[in-house]
Design a binder for this molecule. Structure first.
Ligand code: CP
Length: 311
């Protein structure tokens, strides 16, 4: 692995998951691997879990870590050939190469604007870094993908599954704000590569990118979809067709204890209580959201390890 910008960069998901679980059992086993190597993390958007878990993962491997919030740096220009006589001060061509002088690996978080689908799908920030940086690039959530989260979720399901082929349901939930499709996209792509019985449930009209959901079962009846589920992954996303709009806040789609049945409850966090999911679910032993957050470290660590071993 050179870059980790989507889950398609993983050759063998099962081997990667196994490797991550081995690191979880012995997190400091490879602390010499990253000695004198530096991870530079760049944030264009807020983060709690990604920031802390990726830093912890890097330190477990003996790496140094530098973090830059890009809203405190020069405004970057991403368009090739642009005449920079407006608000941007530095072109990505120089910035990516300069950061590569200080970094052995660059990790970036850059959310979508959720206004212009074509622009968001071009993934200009992450793709510009992979194009112009001289070192590997890790996606810490881009416009359309959150591959570190998806790897985390695969680790969590693998650890907790009691069946060879567990039933996993991705269930849309209401939310007051327009949120990206990134977590849902990467989760769908990961489930397509695991041995799971997978369904997606959401209100009609809330279909994700059909290029991603391809052969997935989509069930508009949430109750029917949730029947006999082993894992229920709850997530809001804004409308994909009517791009970035909040067309439904239907509280009937909130996850409740009654709907969850005996399944494990999963969410990437942060989560709005009693909007996305009721308290009694989050406060029950069926919720594995804290274990997911813990596994963020080992997902990041196995990705960093794989890249370092390739350098
Ligand atoms: N799940 C996740 O990516 O959390 P943060 O936005 O806090 O990093």
């Amino acid at each position: 692995m050179n870059n980790y910008t989507s889950i398609h960069d993983i050759l063998d998901p099962l081997a990667m998951i196994k490797d991550a679980i081995a690191l979880k059992n012995e997190p400091f086993k490879l602390e010499a691997l990253g000695r004198h190597k530096t991870l530079v993390m760049l944030f264009l958007n807020s983060s709690l879990r990604t920031r802390l878990s990726t830093e912890k993962a890097a330190k477990n491997l003996g790496m140094d870590v530098m973090i830059l919030n890009l809203d405190n740096a020069w405004n970057l220009e991403f368009e090739d050939g642009s005449i920079m006589n407006m608000g941007t001060s530095e072109h990505i061509q120089e910035a990516a190469k300069v950061i590569s002088q200080y970094a052995d690996i660059i990790a970036i978080r850059a959310f979508p604007g959720l206004v212009d689908k074509t622009k968001d799908e071009s993934e200009i920030v992450i793709n510009s870094f992979t194009k112009y940086a001289n070192v590997p690039v890790i996606n810490m959530e881009s416009s359309t993908a959150h591959p570190l989260q998806a790897l985390t979720d695969a680790i969590t399901i693998t650890e907790l599954a009691k069946k060879k082929t567990p039933k996993v349901v991705l269930s849309w939930a209401p939310h007051p704000k327009a949120l990206p499709q990134a977590v849902a996209n990467s989760f769908v792509e990961m489930m397509q590569r695991l041995n799971v019985d997978f369904q997606i449930t959401h209100p009609e009209g809330y279909e994700l990118n059909p290029g991603i959901t391809k052969d997935c079962t989509i069930n508009y009846n949430q109750e029917d979809a949730l029947r006999n589920a082993d894992f229920v992954y709850v997530k809001n996303w804004s409308n994909y067709k009517d791009y970035g709009k909040v067309l439904s806040k239907d509280p009937n789609w909130m996850m409740t204890k009654n709907k969850l049945g005996n399944a494990r409850f999963m969410h990437c966090l942060p989560v709005r209580r009693n909007v996305v999911v009721e308290d009694s679910v989050l406060d029950s032993p069926q919720s594995v959201v804290i274990e997911q957050a813990n596994n963020r470290t080992y997902a990041a660590q196995v990705v960093l390890k794989t890249i370092l071993e390739n350098q």
